[in-house]
Design a protein around this ligand. Structure first.
Ligand code: PBG
Length: 335
């Protein structure tokens, strides 16, 4: 048998030609990351003049409300389109129902106002999930060991209106209760907030990557059990399509997949199927993993960060919530 040469095998097609130079690689590049696609999640705590570093998320802080104006201005200067707020509420203010979510002067509300007062160039995304306000750290109201759906939906629909009144541009729902998007849309509309958007955490998985976030918002010690009766099973993919269909029908303006990197296939499926604005959440555990790898010298942190961003774009994400947002914005502006 005569051995064929490479041209005979490839029919003259040599894939490496386009990879030869930086300029050819630039010309054929399919995806680009941009500061326009970043959403910066910020942790907020009680107190004055506080900026506490988080042990499991090197480089990330919990800021008191008075420090938020500076952070918001930084986001504006960097060109980051939006900030997502997460709060660490005192244990004393937490209860089984998370009723503090309905306090019109709660930490989420104060943080929203502070950021809106600091700049009008940055969008504010709030969250109605009750884990930020419950004494048990679950995302809903707990009755006899069960996270009750409909009562939770009623509570978070009211919270959405308070957050919109405080200036939230987009209200997000990260608790995976059934019927929440439609209920939030109705209450926002009834209260005259037709233009306030809703970001649905559409495919939120019961994931092992949320640990550092729970430390940041103070739920790591209080949480008993897990969230498998309301978050999605990591083994499921078709179910995400079903969730997305409902969220879109109920009025979601954008849908999201969370966590990010382990679920790139879900982002792609949702984007292909529904073609609506689809976000990814690169969660706390993903952040910590990359930081740890970088600090140990096991990987080139900067490269890894940009590569993960590229992978979200390639999978079809329109925007990405990431704790790396300011770092990425800086890297992109320095060319
Ligand atoms: C729950 C919520 C979670 C995150 C944000 N909101 C998950 C959880 O604690 O169960 C995780 C974000 C992250 O890990 O960065 N409403």
């Amino acid at each position: 048998m005569t051995r064929r040469n490479v041209d005979e095998i490839t029919g003259n097609r040599r894939m490496r030609r386009n990879r030869r130079f930086e300029w050819t690689r630039r010309l054929v590049r399919e995806n680009r990351i941009a500061t326009d696609d970043l959403i910066w999640p910020i942790f907020v705590c009680e107190g004055k003049a506080v900026s506490e570093p988080l042990g499991s998320m090197p480089g990330v802080f919990r800021h008191s409300v008075d420090r938020l104006s500076a952070e918001a201005k930084r986001a504006a200067e960097l060109g980051i389109p939006a900030i997502a707020i997460f709060t660490n509420v005192d244990v004393a203010k937490r209860d089984i129902e998370g009723s503090e979510v309905l306090n019109p002067d709660n930490l989420m509300i104060k943080a929203t106002k502070a950021i809106k007062n600091a700049t009008d160039e940055v969008g504010v995304i709030t969250d109605v999930a009750l884990d930020l306000f419950t004494s048990h750290g679950h995302d809903g109201i707990l009755r006899d060991g069960i996270i009750v759906n409909d009562e939770t939906v009623e509570q978070i629909s009211k919270a959405a209106v308070l957050q919109a009144e405080a200036g939230a541009d987009i209200v997000s729902a990260s608790e995976m209760m059934d019927g929440r998007i439609g209920a939030i849309r109705d209450s926002l509309n009834d209260a005259g907030f037709q233009d306030t958007g809703i970001l649905a955490y559409t495919a939120k998985y019961a994931s092992g990557f949320y640990g550092p976030y729970r430390e940041a918002v103070g739920t790591d010690q209080m949480l008993k059990g897990d969230k498998r009766t309301y978050f999605m099973d990591p083994a499921n993919s078709d179910e995400a399509l079903h969730e997305a269909q409902l969220d879109i029908e109920e009025g979601a303006d954008m849908i999201m997949v969370k966590p990010g990197m382990p679920y790139l296939d879900i982002i792609r499926r949702l984007k292909d199927e529904f073609a609506v604005p689809t976000f990814a959440y690169q969660v706390s555990g993903e952040y910590s993993m990359i930081k740890a790898g970088g600090e140990m010298g096991f990987l080139d942190e900067e490269r890894a960060i940009l590569e993960t961003m590229t992978s979200f774009k390639r999978a079809g994400a329109d925007a990405v919530l990431t704790y790396f947002a300011p770092r990425i914005a800086e890297l992109l502006s320095n060319g």
